[in-house]
Design a binder for this molecule. Sequence first.
Ligand SMILES: *[C@@H]1O[C@H](CO)[C@@H](O)[C@H](O)[C@H]1NC(C)=O
Ligand SMILES: *[C@@H]1O[C@H](CO)[C@@H](O)[C@H](O)[C@H]1NC(C)=O
Ligand SMILES: *[C@@H]1O[C@H](CO)[C@@H](O)[C@H](O)[C@H]1NC(C)=O
Ligand SMILES: *[C@@H]1O[C@H](CO)[C@@H](O)[C@H](O)[C@H]1NC(C)=O
Ligand SMILES: *[C@@H]1O[C@H](CO)[C@@H](O)[C@H](O)[C@H]1NC(C)=O
Ligand SMILES: *[C@@H]1O[C@H](CO)[C@@H](O)[C@H](O)[C@H]1NC(C)=O
Length: 407
Amino acid sequence: MIGSTLLILVFVFVGPALADQPKYPVILVPGDGGCQFEARLNKTDSPHWYCSKQSDWFTLWLSTLELEVVDCLVDNMKLLYNNVSRVTFNTPGVEIRQPGFGNTSTVEWLDPVHPVFAGKLSYFYYLVEFLEKHLNYTRNVNIRGAPYDFRKAPNEMHAYIDQLVALIEETSSMNGGQKVVLVGHSMGCLYMLYMLNGQSQAWKDKFIRAMVTLGGPWGGSVKPLRLMASGDSLGQSTHIIKPLEVRPLQRSIPSTAFLMPYDTFWADDEILVYAPSANYTVKKYKEFFHDIEFPDGFLMRQDTENLVKRLDPPAVEVHCLYGVNVKTPGAFSYLDLPASCPWYDYQPHVIYEDGDGTVNLRSLVGCERWAKTQKQGVFMKNFTGAEHLEMLQRVDIQQYIKDVLSK
Ligand SMILES: *[C@@H]1O[C@H](CO)[C@@H](O)[C@H](O)[C@H]1NC(C)=O
Ligand SMILES: *[C@@H]1O[C@H](CO)[C@@H](O)[C@H](O)[C@H]1NC(C)=O
Ligand SMILES: *[C@@H]1O[C@H](CO)[C@@H](O)[C@H](O)[C@H]1NC(C)=O
Ligand SMILES: *[C@@H]1O[C@H](CO)[C@@H](O)[C@H](O)[C@H]1NC(C)=O
Ligand SMILES: *[C@@H]1O[C@H](CO)[C@@H](O)[C@H](O)[C@H]1NC(C)=O
Ligand SMILES: *[C@@H]1O[C@H](CO)[C@@H](O)[C@H](O)[C@H]1NC(C)=O
């Protein structure tokens, strides 16, 4: 009797106050390209007279001004690779940092002067706004961001993984010991998986309520093969961003190799790249990199291939959300092109299949494998027409996340 009276009292006093507050704090983990970078220069060389050699900290990624001088951007942002020690480093005289760790602002907008291009260069902004509006979330208190150097794969990012773990613990503690919901997009999903695979079950049970994945490339994606071969204008017109000008950057960052298709999702006889002298499958990457005259790419693939390939279960509740019915590159054909340059200097003919425009459907549904390998729930949900990046603005997806956070 006394117990239930107490319970009622507690409910009356604590209940309404708690109802106003979010139940679970959220941590946002962005994908490839999904956070701001700042650079500071003290270089002795630059590719053009109009590229600065000296500077204070400025926004390198993403700034529309920088895209106008894409050669300068490429030279400052690309990585160099030591093919013996197998580590990457910046161009000499370039320092790079990702501002705002723990803060949402640098994962909400890619260009800090966002008002001019509202919508286009937004990233997690619309989701954060939605959660503030509908569930009383407060930025940097119970919704936080975990930006990182997305040029690299997790093998070179152990310091970041430790920081992410510490951020989860700190955020839980700042919010009365509540468990955290992780929300990742694209490559951020692979980073979350890698981080969780490294934690004990006791830690996960204590700190993680669920992991929500948006467009996770669980088995890689065909699109990076074009970045490696002939460059990719990032969805912009090839007149504005010339693929061959950005190719040195795209080749140089190990995340491109990390995101290539995995042989656990593509069969040995499926041709991914058709070229005049050879066809390439998941089993022919060594030949592919040799033939495009970028042999270090194969070493980068070896460095990154086994990080998450086995898809060991995260052993937390998973909500796997993904777009479908968007034309997605399934293979590239470099046949029937003029022969005045090597084939990989031309833009290919694209053979499409289903997916979200960037990630192939078979890869997006890779998380379904955990339904058999873990006891925690695995919930799959597809969204028709939800393109890989635009899905971050979809209200039906925001609504789904709201439901997860309200349970
Ligand atoms: C948000 O907070 C307001 C004011 O405290 C409260 O009236 C409202 O019920 C809360 N909404 C939710 C979804 O908790
Ligand atoms: C810039 O680099 C030069 C060497 O190239 C070095 O002597 C100088 O101290 C550096 N300046 C700053 C501000 O770091
Ligand atoms: C490393 O690169 C150099 C030149 O770029 C090349 O000559 C050498 O064979 C490469 N080493 C390995 C282990 O691939
Ligand atoms: C988050 O970033 C914004 C914009 O840069 C800044 O005004 C704010 O002080 C930062 N908040 C925290 C808690 O770091
Ligand atoms: C590539 O595959 C196509 C279709 O299977 C085939 O017709 C062609 O001969 C192959 N090309 C080479 C160079 O093996
Ligand atoms: C999308 O989800 C619906 C309903 O669960 C299912 O019937 C359909 O097969 C799914 N489509 C794809 C392409 O995964």
